[in-house]
Design a protein around this ligand. Structure first.
Ligand code: A2P
Length: 423
């Protein structure tokens, strides 16, 4: 049993700036807004953090899971943390009588995942309330490797393909980029992501941080048996508000030529993984480049189409128009008895505006049948705004059948069957 910490000792929550890929997941997840960032680092405010652990499971790199026993009055401030390039060395606590009595020496633990700070709400309860999706993978998921290559020791990959997968006359410039790792191992699973280190420096003269991209190819490579993978990258030319903005990494990637080299870190992600047991069904819900992991999972199923191992695939895919929907051509060539495709087009001339959540409601019967099967996992990837809409739609289709969504939602999270990756 963990003894309480004395009042003057704080188990300070820190984020490792060397591993963090600045994906914003922790800041979005924190139920008490203790996490913030500047252009350099993501940091935890020691005056706000209650150690609830809600941010720990969703972190794709594990950089969030760092803790130091500190004299409370000497806790690292937010400003100090903004300036870090690496975590400070652990300091021995001065001998605090109560701390010693509580069985705590000066050595701080780096692994606090079994033990939240004193005074915090029960971690599992908080995490369950905060997260819309699961913080564990499906029970049968394969073992993922993470952080094999880091900022300090990245892997060099070679570009072997880069082509546009949206209509040339549209505003959505989305590229399919294939990276080859040659002889070096880079083991990945569908649903994982990698980090790309764009060359050059930021406005402060520091090297750019890594940008995270989901894999669009399955575990055995973009081309089966090759040591390569693919990404789906949208060229960023404006910010969320529509003002002109130049995406540093997306423009770098979209402009790469064959045989160029790229610095890669990762892989990342240990929960948004596909089930590995026979006849597992997948409901995949995505918008735009959120289609990358769905392409990876679909391709994994396609390659074993004749084995009899596959369950059902149901896809809800949102885009402005058909020509702005990445991979439209290859997707539409897949056999209808292999995958149930539902396209939600929001700006197709002459057609009513449709979002993925509208189509989930249209297909309520089939969605419900799949949800009722414990072999079904649901994956949602794409625009942040879709998260609430999709949850509402799943709740509606469940309740229409007289079932309790809150019970089913809890089951789906607990069993690692509902996963979100939104941005
Ligand atoms: P919209 O035409 O209203 O922007 P994008 O091309 O910007 O990546 O978006 C992909 C698709 O997701 C578009 O069809 C877009 O519609 C749609 N979309 C935007 N907001 C939401 C939302 N809250 N829920 C579901 N889909 C959305």
């Amino acid at each position: 049993m963990n003894a309480p910490l004395p009042a003057q000792v704080l188990k300070q929550h820190l984020i490792d700036p060397e591993i963090c890929i600045r994906c914003n997941t922790c800041e979005e997840t924190c139920p008490v807004d203790a996490i913030t960032h500047d252009s350099n680092n993501y940091v935890v405010d020691p005056d706000i953090c209650n150690g609830c652990m809600a941010c720990v499971p969703p972190c794709p790199t594990g950089s969030i899971d760092n803790w130091r026993l500190m004299v409370r009055s000497e806790a690292y401030s937010v400003q100090e943390q903004f300036g870090w390039e690496e975590l400070p060395k652990e300091k021995a606590l001065p001998v605090v009588e109560e701390a010693t009595a509580a069985g705590l020496s000066g050595a701080a633990s780096d692994d606090a995942s079994d033990d939240a700070s004193e005074g915090a709400a029960p971690p599992s309860a908080q995490a369950a309330f905060t997260l819309p999706g699961a913080s564990v993978p499906p029970w049968s998921a394969a073992h993922p490797y993470v952080n094999l290559y880091t900022h300090k020791a990245p892997m060099t990959a070679t570009v072997v393909g880069n082509y546009r997968v949206t209509g040339a006359d549209t505003e959505s410039d989305i590229h399919h980029i294939v990276l080859d790792f040659g002889e070096l191992p880079f083991p990945v699973l569908e649903g994982q992501s990698i980090g790309i280190l764009p060359p050059g420096v930021d406005a402060q003269g520091r090297p750019h941080h890594a940008r995270q991209y989901s894999l669009a190819s399955p575990r055995d490579g973009e081309r089966a048996g090759y040591n390569n993978l693919s990404l789906t990258v949208k060229r960023v030319t404006e910010d969320h508000g529509g003002a002109a903005a130049h995406g540093v990494c997306s423009n770098y990637l979209c402009d790469l030529a064959k045989n160029d080299t790229v610095q890669v870190i990762g892989p990342f992600g240990h929960t948004f993984l596909m089930p590995n047991h026979p006849r597992a069904n997948l409901i995949m819900i995505c918008t735009g480049t959120g289609s990358a992991p769905m392409r990876a999972m679909t391709e994994r199923y396609r390659r074993r189409m004749d084995t009899g191992e596959n369950g059902k695939l149901m896809l809800f895919f949102g885009a402005r128009t058909e020509r702005e929907l990445p991979y439209f051509g290859p997707l539409m060539k897949l056999p209808r008895d292999f995958i149930d495709i539902n396209l939600a087009l929001s700006r197709e001339p002459g057609q009513p505006k449709r979002y993925v959540q509208d189509l989930i409601r249209d297909r309520a019967g089939q969605v419900r049948d799949l949800l009722a099967d414990r072999n079904t996992c649901i994956y949602v990837c794409g625009l942040k705004g879709m998260e609430v809409g999709v949850l509402d739609a799943l709740r509606d289709v469940t309740m229409q059948a007289g079932q309790d969504w809150s019970i089913l939602h809890d089951v789906l999270r607990r069993e690692g069957r509902l996963h979100f990756e939104t941005y």
